[in-house]
Design a protein around this ligand. Structure first.
Ligand code: NAD
Length: 425
């Protein structure tokens, strides 16, 4: 297994990391962030690239490119998920790690930001291959991860199953049980009740908070949700449970629209028995994913992948409110168009912070060795999201800017204080 520490900060044009920098720079200008702090945050602290040699079921060895990026540890140990996907690359992992630093600061968590990923198509790997890949990744990162150092979690393409393998491998290497080294674990291994649904729950709370600010009536609004995985399906279920009509849903196999409201319980049950995909579900008229983003609705929840609301799509968006369940679904160019149209965007670093908030609760419970009932987790989560939402709203109002830049300002204020208190030398 080869390990290489690559030069952080190298940028490609039109990259995801450039999108982060564009927003960071806009917020920095408005709030007069010190040049030193801006410089520190424009460059991830550490970026590790490894080549994982994994034995496949056919006996042959395959090499997988994998990363872990630590963007900042100013406010605490770095925290962030591990993604298994074909588009994993240095630029993406750097952007996602930076977003974690800002997301944790917005959510008032004592964490910095990190992210990891393996370039692979997990759907094409057998269970045994996935386990060997996860164990190889853990071995290669065993000096990076640590309960008080760098704490991974699931992201796209990974789940509690991979986190259990990671925990087991880490424990074997270190010779002791460290449940707090990873969150999003199965409950029996020290996972937290409420973690599975937490990101979707946070999206629901952010939706309600935004509706209250805009005086929108629960009974009258309609919602369209792109993505029906962990975030999208829980968000859809919890939003529907608030008596809000969900008129469109989608995943990578299909998209559906029903002006009378889609039966979300039925959609979830269908996907569960259909390989976790919606293809073939008959609860609405078939549309394309692009049509979902521009369909007639009041609230749009992109909860699948990045860069879907682009400068081409944004002019046709009909929603008045966008709640970003996914990381980076809106490009900076689209942001400008949406701002001019008066569309309010509740940004990813606020709206999808529910997952890392309950990951933090899991870590706290692991450290205490004492576990809370689900109602307590949910109550603490909802309160934390409401406080974060208000902080961002107030900063956006004070600086006369969008909620996205307001969220960056909220985070940057905290990180700047942390850098100044700790000293730069
Ligand atoms: P997931 O793998 O569980 O689900 C992804 C969903 O998106 C699936 O339904 C998939 O079919 C759909 N999808 C993929 N490509 C699509 C396309 N081109 N068009 C429409 N749908 C498509 O992933 P997830 O955990 O739900 O994560 C979704 C997003 O939320 C990602 O951006 C992730 O980084 C972000 N996020 C996840 C968490 C979490 O706790 N899981 C926390 C914060 C942010």
């Amino acid at each position: 297994m080869a390990t290489e520490t690559v030069q952080p900060g190298a940028q490609n044009h039109d990259s995801m990391f450039d999108s982060v920098l564009a927003r960071l720079d806009a917020a920095a200008r408005l709030m007069n962030l010190s040049d030193d702090v801006a410089k520190i945050l424009r460059n991830p602290q550490k970026l590790v690239k490894v080549s994982l040699a994994v034995q496949m079921d056919n006996g042959k060895t395959e090499i997988f490119e994998a990363y872990r990026c630590i963007h900042s540890t100013t406010l605490g140990p770095s925290k962030g998920g591990i993604r298994y996907a074909m588009d994993v690359c240095q630029d993406e992992v750097m952007a996602l790690a930076a977003w974690m630093s800002f997301k944790c600061a917005v959510a008032n968590l004592p964490y910095g930001g990190g992210k990891g990923g393996v370039k692979c198509d997990p759907k094409k790997l057998s269970l045994g291959e996935l386990e060997r890949l996860t164990r190889a990744y853990t071995k290669s990162m065993s000096d990076v991860f640590g309960v008080n150092k760098d704490i991974p979690a699931p992201d796209m393409g990974t789940s509690g199953r991979e986190m259990a393998w990671l925990l087991d491998e880490f424990n074997k290497i270190k010779g002791e049980d460290s449940p707090g080294v990873v969150t999003g674990k199965p409950i029996v291994l020290g996972g937290s009740l409420g973690r599975d649904a937490a990101t979707g729950r946070g999206v629901m709370v952010a939706t309600i908070c935004a509706m209250e600010k805009l005086n929108l009536d629960l009974k009258e609004v309609t919602v369209a949700i792109q993505g029906f995985g962990n975030v999208g399906s829980h968000a859809a279920r919890l939003i529907a449970e608030q008596d809000i009509k969900v008129v469109a849903i989608s995943d990578h196999t299909t998209a559906l629209y029903n002006a009378n409201g889609i039966d979300i319980k039925a959609a979830i049950a269908y996907a569960k028995n259909n390989g976790n995909v919606l293809k073939g579900f008959s609860g609405g008229t078939s549309i394309t994913n692009a049509e979902l983003l521009t369909c007639k609705c009041d609230i749009l929840v992109p909860a699948a992948i990045q860069n879907v609301i682009t400068a081409e799509i944004a002019p046709s968006v009909k929603a008045r409110l966008i709640i970003e369940g996914a990381n980076g679904p809106t490009t900076p160019e689209a942001d400008e168009i949406l701002k001019d149209k008066g569309v309010i965007v509740v940004p990813d670093i606020l709206a999808n912070g529910g997952g890392v908030t309950v990951s933090y609760f899991e870590w706290v419970q692991n450290k205490m060795g004492y576990y809370w009932p689900e109602a307590e987790v949910n109550q603490k989560h909802d309160l934390s999201m409401q406080v974060a939402f208000d902080n961002v709203w107030n900063n956006a109002t004070e600086y006369k800017t969008t909620m996205r830049i307001g969220a960056y300002i909220t985070a940057l204020k905290k990180i700047e204080l942390g850098v100044n208190f700790k000293g730069k030398f």
